[in-house]
Design a protein around this ligand. Sequence first.
Ligand code: ADP
Ligand code: MG
Length: 698
Amino acid sequence: MATAENTELIDRFEEFYRNYYRNEIGELAQKYPNDQKSLYVDWQDLYRFDPDLADDYRTKPEQLQEYAEEALRLYDLPVDVSLGQAHVRVRNLPESEDIRDIRHEHHGNLISVQGIVRKATDVRPKVLTAAFECQRCGTLTRIPQAAGDFQEPHECQGCERQGPFRLNTDQSEFIDAQKIRVQESPEGLRGGETPQSIDINIEDDITGKVTAGDHVRATGILKLDQQGSDQDKSPMFDIYMDGVSIVIEDEQFEDMEITDADKKEIVELSNEPDIYDQMVGAIAPSIYGYEKEKLAMMLQLFSGVTKDLPDGSRIRGDLHMLLIGDPGTGKSQMLSYIREIAPRSVYTSGKGSSSAGLTAAAVRDDFGDGQQWTLEAGALVLADQGIAAVDELDKMSPEDRSAMHEALEQQRISVSKAGINATLKSRCSLLGAANPKYGRFDQYEPIGEQIDLEPALISRFDLIFTVTDKPDEEADRNLAEHIIQTNYAGELHTHRTQNPTSNFSEEEVDTVTDEVAPTIEPDLLRKYVAYAKRNCFPTMTEEAKTVIEDFYVDLRLKGQDDDAPVPVTARKLEALVRLAEASARIRLSDTVEETDADRAVDIAHYCLKEIGVDPETGEFDADVVETGTSKSQRDRIQNIRGIIADIEDEYDEGAPIDVVVERAEEVGIDESKAEHEIEKLKQKGEVYEPRTDHLRTT
Ligand code: ADP
Ligand code: MG
């Protein structure tokens, strides 16, 4: 309906286009409709042209968009095309709403939100106008489909009877549609809040452009959707957005604002001689001990330098670290503290609360209308460019296990299922914790035997710490004192805040609390890490190179005697480089010095000693880490296999198990070990059972 006001507004938009968007419209006209279907309008331009019009666009977006599109259709084009179905898409509103702060007063307004795409459905056609063919007279009845349920005609427009009707898809009008879920970015969350999300429906030319894991800024109209079913309507409403424009943002720590004052404080801190001790004291101060583990976690936060090689390949700078150990040793506590101090972090359990688990998944749930396939990003994707702390890593699903290898080394996750082919970025560090399979850690068993993670996966970790809980009078006393002191500090603090007439003075409380407070405030530490990762890309000095090289070669040398196990593989070498780089970053240094290399070597040595030692020979044995089988154990397996091979030909039906076990005992392998190894050989397919209790090698 053309009223005076409408005409006036349409004229305003035309004038706006002539002043600001002449070139853009010319370009659109050339590309329309195949290569481009929308005119993108920067809201700030509109504001500069007419602040009132721009404000109206935010409060009455649907109406104003209609006028803007009408003005576009009326615009005098240099070429002879019609922009009949072109869209006007506004973007770049001056501020974004926090998803958790969206309220009913935003209803119907144009708003913008920032976050990470958690889920995205397939792009599928959605019917706009459905053409129903009457089966009696053949007349087509066209029914426009608004949002909500599918509408069918009451009666035929031709014969006025109630059908039956057949949907004629050729005569119906469709549009591409997609639904995405945008979740608050991890860095915007303080102290481990649960991230909130909003669903956004998008249509036509902007579909299929974003995928799960993308950081986006989405502009759209806030809508309400009544909860409950048709029969049982609820007074409560859900919110969602009709997306107008979606812009993929750079994934850097854009939310982290570092002022000049912060910068000064960071630089001063980095020059303090005891900065590494301070860093250790800044992680989970309520947990006693674990200096090496905490230092390693800090190095992980700062991470090594990602290297792009001239041949186009890439070496990850992120460090992966695993804590394995007895229950109740503070692993979970340390892991969850990461949320306080990492600029971008995701904390989750291996069991995973979402269907995407740790990596990513193509799922068919009720997210999309009509059971569309949805691509959902898991923890390692959401933690892209940050750190993923995964507790109970050993409990992860089989799907995650297979995707995990690629995620850790190539730092991407490929999903290929049901027509969804996507590669998601997961450039994050993994901090995992796992419990031993049999409840407690046994130092004399190789590590691969004790945790429920396959050797190839274990070998992806740069550092593996084992946390054992052995009674030790002195350590126990210190630990007890620490825990009691922490609790006492907490008591005093609570007591004073709850009780204004407390007998304890503020100073008393402060002295006790200071002892268990972090050495660096989490807020400052987060900025420190972000600043270092943004600005500091250290390179190795000759001295540092030598230290790392010597350590590696020395360890390898020990494996040179004929029979000795191979100590370390080249993977460890890269881990050392990363650790040394991270150490330099803590000082904000441009060079990796000898002390950094020493620090890296020290940590690596500590870890290797804890787990890399072949429990049966006492020597370093990288095979334990890399394959989960120590050399002496491999020899034993070889032996059993040898024994079977030796005697299988003496019997028609293969080597009888009891004879094999007997021979094994003769060479010093006891019965239970022998049976265990036979079982393993069978699992690996190296021997099979042609008849019950008879074995043959393959
Ligand atoms: P895990 O995940 O290793 O099973 P948790 O992190 O759940 O263990 O720790 C269990 C409890 O024991 C926590 O309340 C923790 O504070 C306490 N605890 C364990 N080890 C320590 C320690 N070294 N210092 C302080 N508290 C500890
Ligand atoms: Mg735990």
